[in-house]
Design a protein. Structure first.
Length: 210
């Protein structure tokens, strides 16, 4: 779907790709996020789906030279409360932080949310636009600020760089459930990566994606 990697296209980028809901501790240690009932039968958890696209996203970024920080319980990286994870990414020198989720509510758009207008809004815009462009199942991209009191604010609060909350598809929308396979979610991850690549190349100019 996307061109062969340019091995140095993302050199200099340090980015955290965090599958949230998973890897929590205490009373939330078994959290899997939302559970989606599929039209054809069966169920998919938000945690599983986010893991699939996060893996493809991480590979896309690493193939182009980025340094990617991922969830790793063995080394205690990006585990526990979200505040600990964002602080850890900040301390590691990450310029960007992607909090990986799915949406619910039977919508059709890709949603990206941000806390800091500069530089997170532009990254959120690039990702949402790329998802809308690449998938017929996704009708539009919404880019929204995380206002005080918003439930999702905790997902990226504490990170001072380009922190974005990702909700690329609605797990309970039948037309988008075709993407809830390993292959479909891999495509989603690669597309998010293409949005990151656009942001990284144009971040100084802030050109709106065509």
């Amino acid at each position: 779907m996307h061109a062969l990697p340019e091995k140095s296209a993302l050199l200099g980028l340090s980015i955290a790709v965090d599958v949230q809901h998973l890897y929590r501790t205490g009373l939330r240690a078994k959290d899997q996020g939302a559970i989606y009932k599929l039209e054809g039968g069966g169920k998919v958890t938000e945690g599983w789906a986010a893991t699939q696209y996060a893996l493809a996203l991480s590979r896309f970024l690493e193939d182009r030279g980025a340094r990617v920080i991922r969830n790793d319980p063995k080394t205690n990286v990006l585990v526990g409360p979200y505040s600990r994870r964002t602080s850890q990414a900040q301390s590691a020198g990450c310029q960007a932080y992607l909090a990986c989720h799915l949406n619910a509510g039977k919508g059709y758009y890709a949603l990206t949310r941000y806390l800091n207008p500069d530089p997170a809004q532009f990254l959120a815009t690039c990702i949402a636009h790329q998802l809308d462009t690449d998938f017929a199942e996704i009708l539009g991209g919404k880019v929204l600020v995380l206002a005080p009191g918003d439930r999702g604010r905790v997902c990226v609060a504490g990170f001072g760089g380009a922190g974005v909350l990702l909700e690329p598809v609605f797990g309970d929308t039948p037309a988008q459930q075709t993407l809830l396979t390993a292959l479909g979610l891999s495509r989603v991850g690669q597309t998010i990566g293409a949005g990151v690549l656009w942001w990284w190349r144009q971040r100084g100019q802030k050109i709106t994606p065509a």
